[in-house]
Design a protein around this ligand. Structure first.
Ligand code: FAS
Ligand code: PHB
Length: 391
């Protein structure tokens, strides 16, 4: 069976759902195709920190009410090294703050809004295939419930993440991919325990990086740098808590409230950017276009800014101005690369790199000592962490 729409969106993660919501609110027809079930998408525990840019996008999409009710505005973060905690006053230095509100909740709010508006969404869409995006008649084929379906559209939005089909459908000669894979992963644990500290703590320790984050006043999210060949089944809850205590200052470790894990997983870390982001009527956004190591809390936030640029460009197009679409890739990439740099620099600063030897470790120490001796250096870190403006 065939159907028509203006924009076919591949992927029901934050990128695809946010784009679909913004387009629909501007009267632009769209359909979202997702390979997994909604429950599966919601079960993935990912980001936790929203920049003001992302908060603004969610407000624009009309899905910010619960975030403002349940989210936690944070005015600062802490960096810990040599067992000493140092606070960076994000709000004092930049006038901005960040919002702690889990990606799962962002996705849930977007799914609820889409369902309430009865917007066409196909979960468990199988064998999604895109074609003709280098012609005036792009099409998307997929299977659902044993039936073959085709969508004729004006544009395809590749919001299908790092392992999606859209970027993979671009001819190799038309795309350049830049990548750096880090020699470690993050072991994450989610628990219904009160956060060890009101604000996030990023830890540089000789045993490895740690991060104390949260989802609410009663739900915490912790991470430990682990080796790439580590397996989550090697980590009992108790082993996780013991290792986290070892990486925290004694006084902080003594404050740690532990409990059973709700989720535990290991994520690899990479920096990745595809260029350009437009291929005829196919546009890449979010993790389909780029990946950042989560040390800078940029992944979800970059997805939001990509979608902000793309939604504006598509809306302008349907109002008769195609310039936005021509400039989408360049505008999005300018912000993407700055966030890639910040995420890379925070990762290089805060993680253990045995291969860099004692000199590398001393460089980290010197940078951290300089950082907390300089208002200019702290302001530079703060303005990147709260999010650079959308030019
Ligand atoms: P997503 O990957 O979220 O969504 C893409 C969707 O497309 C998925 O639902 C997928 O099922 C679907 N899809 C894929 N192929 C398809 C196909 N062929 N057909 C149909 N659908 C298809 N960011 C942070 O800021 N902080 C963090 O702590 C953090 N932790 C992370 C941990 C992990 C393990 C991962 C993978 C990412 C993490 N990120 C983090 C980044 C993450 O939050 C992403 O930036 C965010 O999910 C990007 O959203 P999307 O672009 O929508 O991609
Ligand atoms: C999280 O809460 O999942 C989180 C927060 C900040 C980061 C990375 C992850 O930099």
């Amino acid at each position: 069976m065939s159907r028509k729409t203006q924009v076919a969106i591949i992927g029901a993660g934050p990128s695809g759902l946010l784009l679909g919501q913004l387009l629909a609110r501007n009267g632009i027809d769209n359909i979202v195709l997702e390979q997994r079930s909604a429950e599966y998408v919601l079960g993935r525990i990912r980001a936790g920190v929203l920049e003001q840019v992302a908060v603004d996008m969610l407000e624009q999409a009309g899905v910010a009410e619960r975030m403002h009710r349940e989210g936690l505005p944070h005015d600062g973060i802490e960096l810990c090294f040599n067992d000493q905690r140092h606070r960076i006053d994000l709000h004092g230095l930049t006038g901005k703050r960040v919002m702690v509100y889990g990606q799962t909740e962002v996705t849930r709010d977007l799914m609820d809004a889409r369902r309430a508006a009865a917007l066409p969404t196909v979960y468990e869409a199988e064998n999604v295939r895109i074609e003709g995006f280098d012609t005036a008649r792009p099409r998307v084929h997929y299977e659902h419930g044993g039936r073959r379906e085709t969508i004729e559209c004006d544009f395809i939005a590749g919001c299908d993440g790092f392992h999606g089909v859209c970027r993979a459908s671009v001819p190799a000669g038309a795309i350049t991919q830049h990548e750096k894979v880090y020699p470690f992963g993050w072991l994450g644990l989610l628990s219904d325990t009160p956060p060890v500290n009101p604000e996030l703590i990023y830890v540089n320790h000789e045993r490895g990086f740690a991060l104390c984050s949260q989802r609410s006043l009663t739900r915490s999210r912790y991470y430990l740098q682990c080796s790439l060949d580590d397996k989550v089944e090697n980590w009992s809850d108790e082993a996780f808590w013991q290792e986290l205590r070892r990486r925290l200052p004694a006084a902080t470790a003594a404050e740690l409230v532990t409990g059973p894990s709700l989720e535990k997983s290991i994520a690899p870390l990479r920096s990745f950017v595809a260029e350009p982001l437009r291929f005829g009527s196919l546009f890449l956004a979010g993790d389909a276009a780029h990946i950042v190591p989560p040390t800078g809390a940029k992944g979800l936030n970059l997805a939001a800014s990509d979608v902000g640029y793309l939604w504006q460009a598509l809306t302008d197009h349907y109002r008769g101005d195609a310039k936005g679409l021509d400039h989408y890739s360049q505008r999005a990439l300018a912000r993407i690369w700055k966030a890639e740099r910040f995420s890379w620099s925070m990762t290089m600063l805060m993680h253990k790199f045995p291969e860099n030897g004692s000199f590398g470790a001393r460089m980290q120490q010197a940078e951290l000592e300089y950082l907390f001796s300089s208002q200019a250096a702290m302001t530079a870190l703060a303005e990147n962490y709260v999010g650079l403006p959308m030019a």
